[in-house]
Design a binder for this molecule. Sequence first.
Ligand SMILES: NC(=O)c1ccc[n+]([C@@H]2O[C@H](COP(=O)([O-])OP(=O)(O)OC[C@H]3O[C@@H](n4cnc5c(N)ncnc54)[C@H](O)[C@@H]3O)[C@@H](O)[C@H]2O)c1
Ligand SMILES: [Zn+2]
Ligand SMILES: [Zn+2]
Length: 361
Amino acid sequence: MTQTVRGVISRTKGQPVEVVDIVIPDPGPGEVVVDIQACGVCHTDLHYREGGINDEFPFLLGHEAAGIVESVGEGVTNVEPGDFVVLNWRAVCGQCRACKRGRPHLCFDTHNAAQKMTLTDGTELTPALGIGAFADKTLVHEGQCTKVDPAADPAAAGLLGCGVMAGLGAAINTGAVNRDDTVAVIGCGGVGDAAIAGARLVGARRIIAVDMDDRKLNWAREFGATHTINAKELDAVETIQDLTDGFGADVVIDAVGRPETWKQAFYSRDLAGTVVLVGVPTPDMTLEMPLIDFFSRGGSLKSSWYGDCLPERDFPTLISLYLQGRFPLDKFVSERIGLDQIEDAFSKMHAGEALRSVVVL
Ligand SMILES: NC(=O)c1ccc[n+]([C@@H]2O[C@H](COP(=O)([O-])OP(=O)(O)OC[C@H]3O[C@@H](n4cnc5c(N)ncnc54)[C@H](O)[C@@H]3O)[C@@H](O)[C@H]2O)c1
Ligand SMILES: [Zn+2]
Ligand SMILES: [Zn+2]
């Protein structure tokens, strides 16, 4: 058995997305069909549309989602129909070399649904990050469903599924920001602001936000930035140094993902400081730097996939902090839109007019 629902696909590189009918198979062993309630528009969806991730078109876009479990396949034990879940792209396998060494947040073989969703003519779809949630319903692996408190607004809760978790985790998991640290965040979209909110949550002493858009910098302040730098007007590296007694920040997070922003992050950290790259570069980007600079400054240079999160550990906790009023997850929701407004949301993302547009269904 299958069912046909609406979904948003990217058929060809660089072309506008389309709302079409998609076919969802009934869940097989270990699979779950989720009735999507909300799904945020992430920059990574746009990367997919532009061919920046891979060439496996057509993509079923959308991956920051919350919804209700509709049906479960054979052997599914962690969720049941009616459960409120946030979808994740880190269903750890428990078997790979990372999992076996007790590092499941690095799992090299995460699970996705085994069956394919398709177009009505049978063309197989590639779901963005193995999720594909700009759709009325989607098919995922049971491990991709994390049960959280149903009191949470789905539009806010779903954002934990990617960008917010990625940014927050880049600060507190990967960057290990601590009480009394100085932190700089380059790029204040949803991901960067989540890094800022994370740094505030753990008690960073100074949080410097860098962007080229004053509106973004105003939002960054609301999430906890203590200082802001408009990189169009000021030299980001020098200004971060000025704001940290001439030394540089303990942890600098690049939430843009370009060679020039990474270099700014590298040179604006204190000796032995940490750089975390969470923005996603495109395959054509390269870096050329004096090797001696790596050596002589010490410290650590890290990349952060999904904020090194473990959904089962982190999502319920963050939802609880949100419901207690200690983490402003709902502030990331700039607007609520329909499935047919995703191109507008991409334009708003480019124009810096929205932090997160969230599709509500
Ligand atoms: N590593 C992960 O697991 C993960 C997860 C989700 C998203 N991402 C990536 O994180 C990045 C940010 O995502 P987002 O949704 O916040 O995007 P966004 O487009 O909303 O935000 C990017 C921000 O960077 C600013 N910016 C652009 N160029 C800049 C520059 N040279 N200097 C300073 N600021 C600059 C923009 O004004 C904007 O505010 C994207 O590359 C996205 O693909 C990574
Ligand atoms: Zn694994
Ligand atoms: Zn994302």
